[in-house]
Design a protein around this ligand. Sequence first.
Ligand SMILES: [Zn+2]
Length: 324
Amino acid sequence: MTYISRRAFGLSLAGASAAALPMAAALSQGGAARTTPAAKSIAPLAQIRVGRFEVTALSDGYADMPFGYFTGRTPTEIEASATNAFAARNGNIRLAFNQFLIRDGSMSILIDAGPNGHVGQSGRMPEGLNALGIKRSDIDAVILTHLHVDHIAGLVAGGRKVFPNAEIYADRRDVTHWTDAAKRAAAPAFLKSSFDTAALVMRLYPKLNRIDGEREISRGISIVDLTGHTPGHIGVRIADGAESLTMVSDMMFHPTLHPGAADIGFVFEQDPAAARAMRERYFPRALEEKTLIAATHMPFPGLGRIVRDGDRNRWLPTEWGFRA
Ligand SMILES: [Zn+2]
């Protein structure tokens, strides 16, 4: 819903006589008696269809990341790219938190659970689920692409599990890494919240399924190995007939950086060389196969393709609807 302020309404009538516009005059009189309501912000939803699947992008919010968090270039070079793309925000680049809900009429699977207020301006995904009329108990499964806090914190609220009936899936290598006390002790401060949230998730969801390698989770929904960002960083491929979508999670962060360059990384990458190799392998393949991609941190709804623009790769957002 678009809220048009009375001031904007007034400006649009500048130079026109209200007497010549009876409708405008009536609206203006009605408006005079009312006080301006506070604008209500609504978490956005975007839907696309992939064969029999309805895919809904849900936003949990965003976080602004300093230029210096990106690796492979100097902060000045990152700033120059961001400025050229009109994406520089006071020393930062804004990363989105997109989660994806997949439904086919018989099951509802969520990919990632969002930071839920632990990072940046976030915690909005519940509004999206409410707007869709989805109860937390309706979610059959949650696939975690990795165990960083911005992908898992939404599994927990007030010390309790949010999705009581969901099977939870994560790669075994990530579960092993993020529940290792020695690794937690040796980790830099900015990663401690991921270790702590992973421990809480394991306590509340003790039956969490540990995935070994690429496999099908449900008919048409498969795991893709994208190790690098974390040891068990995975993607999810949704396919039906000739249509498919690959959710690549933290392979790409912002159109200012990716897919134009594969050698720009992010300070949160566990194995920077492997993360770079993953991008170097994947970008040309996705370009050639015209893969429809979903990505957590690309601008909402994080749905698009890699296309060629001159001698560079570029992100092309895809069309989407409010209802699939
Ligand atoms: Zn992330």
